[in-house]
Write a protein of this length. Structure first.
Length: 130
């Protein structure tokens, strides 16, 4: 884990969420959080914050699955009740959406979870010695 004592103070809650969505540094809100689509940069290119503390794990994928399932299933049910299209059209619409939506959401959700991890000074759990 990174050195928590030397970290700069986190931004406001709204600014933290926005920097996560935009993929910016959770400390300064200007530097890049990601090197690639989902790979983290080693540190902020603006304020120098080391991203060693960041470990979102499987959290973003779980939230993306839940949100995507809610949107796709809800929209499919509404369209079925209102228009009753043929099943091939359902498969085309909702299959495509079920593939594209997670790809669009995953980076933002990962950025939000890392920004919230920084804001709340979350660290890996440790067992207390007896």
């Amino acid at each position: 884990m990174g050195n928590v004592a030397t970290r700069p103070e986190p931004q406001s809650f709204g600014a933290t969420l926005w920097s996560g969505i935009a993929g910016h540094c959770p400390a300064c809100g200007r530097g890049k959080l990601f090197d690639g689509y989902l790979s983290l940069a080693p540190r902020c290119n603006s304020c120098g914050l080391d991203y060693d503390f960041a470990d979102s794990g499987d959290g973003p994928a779980v939230f993306v699955i839940l949100v995507t399932g809610f949107i796709v299933c809800g929209a499919a049910l509404i369209v079925e009740v209102l228009y009753s299209p043929p099943y091939w059209l359902h498969a085309l619409l909702w299959g495509s959406l079920a593939i594209v939506l997670p790809l669009v959401l995953l980076r933002s959700f990962k950025g939000i979870l890392i920004a919230l991890q920084f804001r709340n000074k979350a660290e890996e759990g440790r067992l207390a010695s007896k």
